[in-house]
Design a protein around this ligand. Structure first.
Ligand code: FAD
Length: 280
């Protein structure tokens, strides 16, 4: 990767010691690409609080910068402070600040809570100054709950104005959506790096379900082709690797400031894409 571009890999916390050991192997495999950091997701409402802490502690002990995600919805301010104090004590300097989504049916108090990511960024800046490099989420195909594209762009700009240092996007398979989004927010005065989030294609049905939920579009031609392979997972993976490598190539050639891979805790497909891009 060109020295001004960033590469990062995202994991989710595991539940068992066996999963933790497997994740350590995945990280070792991905380190050959010299990423800037590894990030770890956080279950909104604190459901993975200890798992996220464990994972970022493991990452830091391996000598890699870790970026824990932190979701504010359903959390009280004192809980957020406890978590952030813990990260600061560990020497963590990088965060992904989010609103998060509360799983349905979970009732949580929001008495003194924060409702949107821009409030969380503001809160972190007020309490910790410039200690943390703060990433926020961006949605080139727009957030599924936004009332309109314009509204979503406006809310993204608010997160930047609140003090975000950079952004990572939701995944997408249409490079034009990314370039259009970057143009739109730059026209509104945003100049932070917006790093595309990349989701390798491991299978069709799970990806389709998840994409419907999070508002990421699988282009019709790709959807139909993946669907036609049915249980032929080798063909799904082969096409997925071609599509995702070409997407990354197009993004980097068009000036994207780096790549952030959603690994789903697996090194295989991400490694192949990175090798094909000549990053290894
Ligand atoms: P916000 O930026 O707060 O936006 C949420 C919605 O509210 C949008 O529709 C926006 O237009 C609207 N909005 C924003 N501000 C306002 C305002 N002030 N007034 C009115 N409306 C407003 N989820 C997790 O639970 N854990 C994770 O670890 C996690 N990691 C992620 C990492 C990345 C890179 C991305 C892209 C997403 C991640 N998510 C994670 C998912 C994310 O939490 C959800 O998409 C969530 O619904 C929105 O979070 P946000 O931070 O983008 O919210």
């Amino acid at each position: 990767m060109n020295s001004t571009r960033t590469l990062s890999f995202e994991f989710f916390p595991t539940r068992s010691e066996e999963g933790r050991a497997k994740l350590a192997v995945t990280r070792r495999q991905l380190r050959q690409f010299s990423p800037q950091f590894f990030s770890c997701t956080f279950g909104a409402g604190g459901s993975t609080r200890s798992g996220t802490l464990q994972t970022v502690t493991d990452i830091m002990q391996e000598g890699m910068p870790a970026a824990p995600h932190l979701a504010c919805i359903g959390a009280r301010r004192h809980e957020l402070l406890e978590i952030l104090d813990g990260y600061k004590a560990l020497g963590i300097k990088h965060l992904v600040a989010l609103r998060g989504d509360i799983p349905s049916g979970v009732g949580l108090s929001t008495a003194d809570g924060l409702h949107y990511a821009n409030e969380l960024v503001e809160f972190i800046r007020k309490e910790y100054g410039d200690w943390f490099h703060i990433e926020v989420a961006a949605y080139p195909e727009f957030h599924p709950q936004s009332r309109s594209a314009e509204d979503d762009l406006r809310h993204f700009v608010r997160k930047c104005e609140a003090g975000a240092d950079s952004a990572i996007t939701q995944y997408f398979y249409n490079a034009d959506a990314y370039f259009h989004f970057v143009d739109e927010v730059q026209a509104r005065g945003v100049d932070i790096p917006i790093v595309p989030g990349i989701m390798p294609i491991a299978g069709f049905s799970k990806l389709a379900r998840f994409s419907d939920m999070c508002g990421a579009e699988i282009p019709r031609w790709l959807r139909l082709k993946l669907q036609s392979y049915a249980d032929d997972s080798a063909s799904v993976k082969a096409l997925g690797l071609d599509v995702v490598t070409e997407l990354c190539d197009t993004l980097l050639a068009g000036g994207a400031p780096g790549l952030h891979f959603y690994t789903l805790n697996q090194a295989g497909l991400c490694s192949t894409v990175c090798q094909r891009l000549g990053l290894g």
